[in-house]
Design a protein around this ligand. Structure first.
Ligand code: SPV
Ligand code: MG
Length: 291
């Protein structure tokens, strides 16, 4: 159906390291595309934060699906949807896969935590894992539900996040790969890349790995390429954090100045936003069709 899924899968399996960046709406997705990223991470963390909510299964599947769809509609590049735990059991997963595939996603990532989940990077977060067999069933359900075999099902291992150690993480990664996952995302909240590097070195299966280096930002793409085996890197929240950095600064300036006289010079003009909204395209249409 979609050449996008095939091209994306081939790029991940055969190409050099693929990079994607998080967004949670059409505007952010368009900025990511214009910046030259290979794709977009439809982040549950970012979307939850945009509602002012914790990333703890509080937003619904349809809320996340709508946001993901709006990003797919606003861009040409592939979207990898973060479907958290799959919104329940294997039956919920099948429903989610059908909907996300129909919404034009190129891939999904599903994590092996219990529903409702808690966010991964929170110190002292509630990290409860599902049984390996249960998650294998969820992966198999996802594979069965997809119509396009190139729509990637990426399984996310949270064992390091839950403090269960390398053995458990490796076992889970292998079991999920055996269940048919197209790639394995290994997540870590360690401030140094050591535990991720240990995992990568011990990884023996031909299934590619995926990293989210939020908590170990010193590991660059060049470093990751040298390690091999990792085919996708996800920058999971830098856009949101950049927006918060900028908004806090500008809002403080406006309050301090009791006006926008200084802040205005530090922000993009409205014409820049018009351009991001593709107002020009609309105007061309107006000329042709408004009579
Ligand atoms: C997200 O961006 O929603 C993620 C990555 O799943 S993390 O926040 O590190 O769990
Ligand atoms: Mg998430």
């Amino acid at each position: 159906m979609s050449g996008k899924t095939t091209l994306f899968k081939r790029k991940i399996l055969e190409g050099p390291l693929t990079n994607i960046v998080a967004a949670h709406n059409g505007l952010g997705a368009r900025l990511a595309e214009r910046a030259g990223f290979d794709g977009i991470w439809a982040s549950g963390f970012e979307l939850s934060a945009s509602y002012g909510l914790p990333d703890a299964s509080l937003i619904s599947m349809t809320q996340h699906l709508d946001a993901s769809r709006s990003m797919a509609e606003a861009t040409e590049i592939p979207i990898v949807a973060d479907i958290d735990t799959g919104y329940g059991n294997a039956i919920n997963v099948m429903h989610a896969i059908e909907r996300y595939e129909a919404a034009g996603m190129a891939a999904i990532v599903m994590e092996d935590k219990m529903f409702p989940k808690d966010t991964s990077l929170l110190a002292g977060g509630r990290q409860e894992m599902v049984r390996i067999e249960e998650f294998q069933g969820k992966i198999e359900a996802a594979l069965e539900a997809r119509r396009d075999k190139d729509f990637m099902v990426i399984a996310r291992v949270e064992a390091l996040i839950a403090g269960l150690g390398q053995e458990e993480a490796r076992l889970r990664g292998e079991k999920y790969a055996q269940a048919g996952a197209d790639a394995i995302l290994i997540h870590s909240k360690s401030k140094k890349p050591d535990e991720i590097v240990t995992f990568i070195k011990a990884w023996r299966l031909p299934v590619p790995l995926v990293l989210v280096p939020t908590s170990y930002p010193d590991l660059t793409e060049a470093d990751i390429e040298k390690l091999g085996k990792v085919k996708l890197v996800i920058y999971a929240n830098q856009g949101l954090r950049a927006a918060v950095t900028a908004m806090e600064k500008v809002f403080a300036q406006i309050r301090a100045d009791r006006g926008i006289q200084n802040a205005d010079k530090t922000i993009v003009p409205v014409e820049h936003i018009f351009d991001l909204q593709k107002v020009g395209e609309m105007k061309t249409r107006e000329k042709r069709f408004l009579r």
